[in-house]
Write a protein that binds this ligand. Sequence first.
Ligand SMILES: [Fe+2]
Length: 406
Amino acid sequence: MKTIATPAPAHRLLPPGTAWPLQPFDFHAPTRIVFGPGTLNRLGELARELGDTRVLLVTDPGLEEAGHPQRAMQSLRDAGLEVFLFDAVEQNPTSAHVEAGVEFARPLNIDLIVSVGGGSAMDCAKGINFILTNGGTMADYKGFGKAQKPMLPSIGVPTTAGTGSEAQSYALIADEQTHMKMACGDRKAAFHVAILDPEVTVSQPARVTAITGIDALSHALESYVTSKRNQLSQMFAREAWKLLAVNLERVLKEPGELEARGAMQVGAVLAGTAIENSMLGACHACANPLTAHYGITHGLAIGILLPHVVRFNAAAVAPLYHDLAADSGFIDLEQNGHEATAAEHLARRIVDLMRVADLPTTLADCGVSAGILPVLADEASQQWTARFNPRPVSHGDLLGLYQAAM
Ligand SMILES: [Fe+2]
């Protein structure tokens, strides 16, 4: 009797208990990204395409000297839109800044929100959008997907290359009382369009370029290795890293170099997209309490902590750090391309960049006292980003990271 061979199944199932090799993901890119020198001048045309006519422009007063809000307003008006300016945004916006924006906008019958500024202005604009359209307070939107009603269309024009907020559906708003940041996310909160005009970032003060650039670099580095990393998020994080690692020093040394400025902007938006899909890690968890207690600028706290977090995580993700160190030319694969040393090269490179930027490299330099470290470790352990760190972090580990950074 003739035996008929059973064909191999088209999709072979892995044996029970085997880890699935691909991390599940739910990738969604809600933001149209328009990049290039001079693209701020297209703001009116792009706003017009969204079909709206009454614009709330959210910005911070520090930008007026550089003329960016005025250019934005002109472009919107030239396109026939009516513009209402809200410029009472401050660094690390709180729920009170958002409330002030909502109070300003409520009687104006706004149908489009435009934000021109850094992460603070963009997050504040998203916060205003939540409350203006869905009511309540910012605390009601902590977490993800809590807005039940539609939100207004919005456009983000980042004037720094840092937060990547222009590519994210989260608004980071600090609680007015505790100053702890609340991450309030919803797909509807993401900007419909992000305009990346490198000419706009040239006017940043050197310190802002450095601090926001270090923050962007950390976004690529942290999101590449998180426990939630997946093929797509890693693709964005790695490309971001390649651009940021090489160009940060260039913009620090040659602030007027437009090509490097553009590379930083693209790197920041790619890193922002990576965060949206894989979150962040222990460095961001440790940075937030420092900002809340001491007012240390986010990117500065990040730059001080990042080398220590990289060294701590090396035990879990050394091959991934090796990818990044090799990509950026920080290690010579022929000479010292061992996985075991890649993390140390990355850590030292971050410290070097902080020094090039003339930034402090220890917490003691920033006035942090040793006595508060256990309190900071308590708060860091409650930060949602801590849970995505590739190596689980206990309270003792977080305390150790702060102590190392002292
Ligand atoms: Fe950050």
